[in-house]
Each structure stands twice: as C-alpha cells, then as structure tokens.
Ligand binder design. Structure first.
Ligand SMILES: NC(=O)c1ccc[n+]([C@@H]2O[C@H](COP(=O)([O-])OP(=O)(O)OC[C@H]3O[C@@H](n4cnc5c(N)ncnc54)[C@H](O)[C@@H]3O)[C@@H](O)[C@H]2O)c1
Length: 353
C-alpha cells in the first residue's frame, strides 16, 4: 500500500487546478482523473501519468482512490458527493458545496453516516491578510462593527456562458444563479467569515449584458447577527480591470482591502500608526499575479494545495478538515435568501428559504 493518500479529481475545468495542487501537496498522490469529456480527460491523464475514467461509477470502485475532489458543475456536487461517500471515499468539494442548502445537509449527513471526511473550498479563508483581518475583528479591535461591504465588479465574456462547458453557467438548476452564486460566493463567504453570520437580507438582481437565464448583476443589503448592516454587489458585466473590494467599518477601527491587497488599516489602538505602516508595507503595494476578475482560470492554486495538504493531515490525525461543509453552507444559505428576496421584493430571514 502506498504511504501517500490517493486522490482523484472529477471535472477537469477548475479540476485541472486540483490536479496541480495534488501534485504539489506533500503526502498526496494523483491516482486518477474523471471527466465525461475525453478531450479534457485524456491530456490531463497523460500529463500526470494517472488513470482516466469517463464514468464516475467506475471511479468509485477504484480501491487506490482515498479522496475524490469534486469540481463538476455546482448543481451536481451533493448528488455525486453522496454517492462517493457511500463508496467510502473522503471528499473535497468545490465551492459552492451545492446550490441548495438542504442538499448540502444531505451530503453532511452522508459523510457522518459513511464515516468519511468532507472538506469544502473557500481559499480566501487561507489568505494571510484575511486571517489578520479576522483576528483583528475577533479580538474586538474594530470596536462595534457597524458595516461590512463587498464589491465584485467582475467581467465574463458571453462565450463563458456558451458551448459544451459554458451552457450550465448562469442557469438556475445547475449554477444556482449567476454572478452571486458562481463568482460572488467567495465574497459572501469571506464577509460572513470575517464578521459573523447573516440573519436577514434584501436583494435585487437581473440580467443586464449577457444572454443567460439567471442573473449577471445582484445587489443586496445584509443584516449581520452582530448588529452590523452591509451591502453586497456582484456582477460579471463590468468592463474588465477591477478586483473584489471588501471594507469593514467599526467604531474603533476600519479595514479596507482590494483583492489580496490592504488599502486601509486604521485602528484606534494603533495610536502612532506604526502597525498601519507595517501592514500597508507588507500587504499593500501593487498586485502580483492574476485574479479571477476577467479570467476564470487566473486564480492561483496555492489555496487548493493547502486544502489538499490539510485533507492528508486530517486523515492522518483523524480530525475534521479545516473548511467543514457545516461552515461552507452558510454562504449558500445567504445567497439563496438574496435571490428569494429579489423574487418576492421582501426582506428574507436567512435559513427560511
Ligand atoms: N475555487 C474557485 O476559485 C473556483 C473557480 C472556478 C470554478 N470553481 C467551481 O468548480 C466547479 C466547476 O467549474 P468549472 O468552471 O471548472 O466548470 P467546467 O464546466 O469548465 O468543468 C466541469 C467539468 O465537469 C465535467 N463533468 C460534468 N458532468 C460530469 C460527470 N457526470 N462526470 C464526470 N465529469 C463531468 C465536464 O465535462 C467539465 O469538464 C464549479 O462548482 C465552480 O463553482 C471554483
């Protein structure tokens, strides 16, 4: 038996990043890849010298596979995950864990019943700057947090929504929405991870510049359990060039960031501004590397590598993975509530949809 944990990846769009991540994670070995599309499957299997399965059911029977990374269209995640759990496979599930909160619950229950570990993917939670911001908020350094505001002025070409691998995007039944559920879910998760759970939302959405079913622009008001209120704006319509913005405002401090870069760190307890200078020196500056603002494949795979490595350790130490599905679920609950509000024109309590 190999001392390394055997991984397989199903779905070879974003799944190609998973392959790279597995290949570079200590203790992990890419055993197999799976995709219904042989044009994607064969070159990846060849590149990594691993087994190729066109049929997910056959992959589930491979005894060398300990963990399956699910990177298929979002509306398939829970159903495939439940089948994999029943076959005794541990799982890493791409964001969103699924597009319906109750389906995520079914997957969580299957994981418990079948005694397999299931981790989610929100790589923003692993970003060192985001960790520093979360610590500052949790340590009370912002005083009363009054507002949390997220902007995602992104761009996708019409062709992104078309063709063999595009037509599920921007649909309700497979993508669970559009700019908010697909692209914006990271921003929603980051905001709730930094500031805490969201209790109620009001939203508006529509289709503005693409020929798609669901939405390519959404705005929402959020009421957080901690008392803060906030705004959220996601789109794939904006002329390209701008990145995600997340700003958190409090009575004793405010923190502003743009993608991976710090734009403001003003805290009352940093009286001489030394920490501000240090933080801006370290996390400010100019953007290095790409972001997903106009190119979906421009996201790095470092976060995925850490998530794979964490799964290897979680199995060795028999503990939960660092991003549990329980914690990944709330973002989907918030998003489905925003859509329900947009449809009904009412404020919606999160968790009531
Ligand atoms: N973490 C991130 O930053 C990030 C970035 C992009 C996409 N994603 C997520 O990754 C997932 C996939 O997105 P994508 O953009 O790569 O989509 P995609 O359509 O490019 O890739 C999905 C792949 O799944 C394959 N597939 C579909 N049904 C299958 C089946 N039954 N068995 C085997 N293979 C099957 C398709 O042939 C396709 O190659 C989505 O859930 C998306 O939200 C995450």
């Amino acid at each position: 038996m190999s001392p390394e944990t055997g991984f397989a990846v199903v779905g070879l769009g974003m799944g190609k990043h998973h392959c790279k991540a597995i290949a570079s994670a200590p203790g992990a070995r890419l055993v197999a890849v799976c995709d219904v599309d042989t044009k994607r499957l064969d070159p990846v299997a060849e590149e990594y010298g691993c087994k190729a399965y066109q049929d997910f059911t056959e992959l589930l029977q491979d005894a060398e596979v300990d963990v399956i990374n699910i990177a298929t269209p979002s509306g398939m995640h829970a159903e495939m995950g439940v089948r994999a759990a029943a076959a005794g496979k541990h799982l890493i599930v791409e964001k969103p864990a699924d597009i319906v909160p109750e389906r995520i619950d079914t997957l969580i229950a299957a994981g418990k019943r079948c005694n397999v570990k299931i981790g989610g993917i929100f790589q923003s939670r692993l970003n060192p700057l985001n960790i520093r911001i979360r610590e500052a908020i949790a340590g009370g350094r912002l005083g009363t947090v009054v507002g949390a505001h997220g902007h995602l002025p992104w761009y996708r070409k019409q062709s992104y929504y078309e063709g063999e691998h595009g037509s599920w995007k921007g649909t309700w039944d497979m993508d669970g929405g559009g700019s908010l559920m697909n692209q914006g879910v990271h921003t929603v998760d980051l905001m709730q991870w930094l500031v805490g759970p969201v209790e109620a939302v009001m939203g508006m959405f529509g289709v503005f510049t693409h020929d798609i079913e669901a939405e390519d622009q959404t705005v929402a008001l959020l009421r957080f359990r901690c008392g803060a209120i906030g705004t959220l704006f996601t789109t794939t319509c904006c002329y390209p060039g701008y990145d995600q913005i997340v700003n958190i405002y409090g009575s004793q401090g405010s923190i502003l960031k743009q993608e991976g870069l710090l734009r403001g760190w003003k805290l009352q307890d940093d009286m001489e501004g030394k920490e501000e200078e240090e933080m801006l020196g370290y996390y400010g500056g100019q953007k290095k590397g790409g972001s997903g603002s106009a190119d979906p494949m421009a996201v790095g795979f470092d976060g995925h590598t850490q998530i794979v490595e964490d799964m290897v350790k979680a199995l060795a130490e028999d503990r939960d993975p660092m991003i549990t599905l329980d914690s990944a679920r709330h973002a989907v609950e918030i998003i489905t509530a925003i859509y329900e509000s947009g449809r009904s024109g009412r404020e919606i309590k999160v968790g009531s949809v």
